[in-house]
Ligand binder design. Structure first.
Ligand code: AMP
Ligand code: ZN
Length: 483
C-alpha cells in the first residue's frame, strides 16, 4: 500500500472572512503556522490546553497533506495585562509579587508545567518555542518604525492609534467607537480601542522586567510581541495564525493593526486566522480562580489517562463549544480503551493472509482525507478510524492505515496498552502490584474451591476501593475508584 495521495483540497474556516477557504500556501509545499502561546503566570487549565490540541491537530493535518510544517508557539512572559485590552496589572508582575518570587522563576516554573501538559497530550513539539522576553530589541525596532505615523505618547507610554489603519477591528466585527468591553479607560486615549505598545514604568517605581526605549524605561505591550515574533520566525505574510476565540476580539485585531502599520499595507500578517471555541464548565467560563482548578494534572491525579482528554477534545469540532464533565471524560476514556482493545484484537487475529483489495484501502484513505480536509472534522475522522481498526482486511494494511490516521489524531493507538489506561487515582492506598497479588491468590483459592478465602480477599479489595470485575466486557479484571 502506498500513502494516500493528498488529493482533497484542504478547506479551513478563516475567521477573517467567516468562510471556508482552500488552503493556498504562501511558499509552495510549506505551511507556516503561529499559535499564540500561554501566559506563564500560572498553570494552564484544560481549556487553555484545548487551544494547543487544536493547533496540534491542524499541524498534523498539514503534515498529512504533505506540507513541510513550521510551527511556532510563543511563551508570553511579559506584557499580558489582567485585562486583555489595556487595563490592569501585568499578570506576571502580579503573580511574582503575590508569591514573593522573581518573575524569571515564575516564568520558568509555569513554562515547564505547560510543557509537561504538552507532552502528556501528545502535542508535537513546534519548530520554535519563542520566548517573548528574547525579542524585546526587535519589538523596540518595530515600534520605532511605526511610531511616527501610527502612535502617540501619553504619560503611560506609547499608544497605537487604531484610526490610522484601514478597517480596524474587522476580525472581531467590532464597533470600534464602543471599544468592545474595554474597561478602565486610560486618560488621553484618542479612541477607546487604542492600545499601549510600550508601557512606561511609572516614575518612582521599578519593575522586575524593564528595558530602555525611546519612550522611557518600561515593557512592551502584549500584542506587539506576536506581531514581532511571527514575522521574525515565519516571514511576512505567513500562512495560518491560531488562538482561542477570545483572541478574535482584541489581541488579534490589534496584531493585525500593527502588521498593517508596519507593512504599510492592508495585509493582516497571516492569510488565514483560525480560532478554537472554548471549553466551558457547566457553571460558565473556565477559570483558574473559581471552584476546582481544572488542570491536566488534576485529571491525572484522579486517575484518568491524559489522552482521554485529548480524545474528548477531538470528539467535538474545534469551532464548537465543549462542556467539560467528569462523566464526559469517563466516556472518552472508555472509548479510548475500546479502540486500544480493538487494535490489540486486530493484531492477534493474525489475518496476514487476507489479501486486501487495493481499491478498498484507497477508498478508506480517501474518505479520511476528505473528512479531515473539511475544516478538521475530527469527530467523523474518529469514527472512520474505528471502522478501519475493525475492517476485515490484511493486517499489514490495517496497521498502516491506523498509523497514518493516528498520526493525524495523535492518540498513540499503536503503542498504548490497556493497562496504561487503567484508572490510577493518586489518592489510592493500595498499589497495583498488591492488587494483582491479591487477585492471583483469589484465583488460586477459587481453583481450590476455597470460597471462604476467595470472598475474604474480595472483601478486602473492596475495602481498599478496588472493584473486582469478573467477566467485564472490556476485559478489565479490576477497577480502582477513590474519587
Ligand atoms: P492565555 O494563557 O490566557 O494567553 O491563553 C492561552 C490560550 O488558551 C489562548 O489561545 C486562549 O485563547 C486559549 N483559551 C483560554 N481559555 C480557553 C478555554 N476555556 N477554552 C479554550 N481555549 C481557551
Ligand atoms: Zn498572540
Amino acid at each position: 500500500m502506498t500513502d494516500a495521495p493528498a488529493s482533497q483540497p484542504l478547506m479551513l474556516f478563516n475567521s477573517l472572512t467567516r468562510q471556508l477557504e482552500e488552503f493556498q500556501p504562501v511558499h509552495p509545499g510549506e505551511a507556516r503556522v503561529y499559535s499564540c502561546g500561554p501566559t506563564v503566570y500560572n498553570y494552564p487549565h484544560i481549556g487553555n490546553m484545548r487551544a494547543y490540541v487544536f493547533a496540534d491537530t491542524l499541524g498534523r493535518t498539514l503534515s498529512f497533506k504533505g506540507y513541510k510544517l513550521t510551527h511556532v508557539i510563543n511563551i508570553t512572559d511579559v506584557g499580558h495585562l489582567t485585562d486583555d485590552a489595556d487595563a490592569g496589572e501585568d499578570k506576571m508582575e502580579k503573580m511574582a509579587a503575590e508569591k514573593a518570587q522573581s518573575i524569571w522563576d515564575i516564568a520558568r516554573h509555569y513554562t515547564e508545567a505547560y510543557w509537561a501538559d504538552v507532552k502528556a497530550l501528545n502535542i508535537r513539539q513546534p519548530a520554535h518555542w519563542s520566548i517573548a522576553t528574547d525579542y524585546v530589541p526587535q519589538m523596540i525596532e518595530f515600534a520605532k518604525a511605526i511610531a511616527d505615523k501610527h502612535c502617540y505618547e501619553l504619560e503611560g507610554g506609547l499608544y497605537f492609534d487604531t484610526s490610522t489603519v484601514a478597517d480596524y477591528g474587522a476580525l472581531a466585527r467590532a464597533k470600534t467607537d464602543e471599544g468592545e468591553g474595554r474597561i478602565e479607560e486610560v486618560e488621553g486615549k484618542r479612541h477607546a480601542a487604542d492600545f499601549a505598545i510600550w508601557r512606561k514604568t511609572p516614575a518612582g517605581e521599578t519593575r522586575q522586567m524593564e528595558w530602555d526605549s525611546p519612550w522611557g524605561r518600561g515593557a512592551p505591550g502584549w500584542h506587539l510581541e506576536c506581531s514581532v515574533m511571527s514575522e521574525a520566525l515565519l516571514g511576512f505574510p505567513f500562512d495560518i495564525h491560531t488562538g482561542g476565540i477570545d483572541h478574535r476580539e482584541i489581541h488579534h485585531p490589534n496584531e493585525i493593526a500593527q502588521n498593517q502599520a508596519h507593512s504599510c499595507s492592508d495585509a493582516s500578517g497571516a492569510r488565514i486566522w483560525m480560532h478554537n471555541n472554548f471549553l466551558i464548565e457547566r457553571s460558565g467560563k473556565m477559570s483558574k480562580s473559581a471552584g476546582e482548578f481544572l488542570r491536566l494534572q488534576l485529571l491525572i491525579d484522579k486517575g484518568y489517562h491524559p489522552l482521554a482528554y485529548r480524545l474528548m477534545c477531538l470528539q467535538a469540532h474545534y469551532r464548537s463549544e465543549l462542556e467539560f464533565s467528569w462523566e464526559g471524560l469517563g466516556a472518552a476514556l472508555t472509548r479510548l480503551k475500546r479502540m486500544v482493545m480493538a487494535v490489540e484484537r486486530a493484531k492477534s487475529k493474525n489475518n496476514a493472509a487476507i489479501l486486501t483489495v487495493p481499491a478498498a484501502v484507497e477508498s478508506r484513505m480517501a474518505n479520511f482525507d476528505q473528512t479531515i480536509s473539511d475544516d478538521l472534522n475530527t469527530s467523523v475522522a474518529l469514527a472512520q478510524l474505528e471502522g478501519t481498526i475493525d475492517a476485515s482486511m490484511g493486517l499489514g494494511d490495517v496497521l498502516t492505515m491506523i498509523e497514518i490516521m493516528d498520526a493525524v489524531l495523535g492518540l498513540q493507538l499503536l503503542t498504548l496498552s490497556r493497562t496504561d489506561l487503567r484508572i490510577r487515582p493518586k489518592a489510592a492506598t493500595i498499589t497495583e502490584a498488591e492488587i494483582e497479588a491479591a487477585l492471583t491468590r483469589r484465583k488460586e483459592a477459587r481453583a481450590a474451591k476455597d470460597f471462604a478465602t476467595s470472598d475474604k480477599l474480595r472483601d478486602e479489595l473492596t475495602a481498599a476501593g478496588v472493584e473486582v470485575m469478573d467477566g467485564d466486557p472490556l476485559g478489565w479484571d479490576w477497577r480502582l475508584d477513590v474519587n
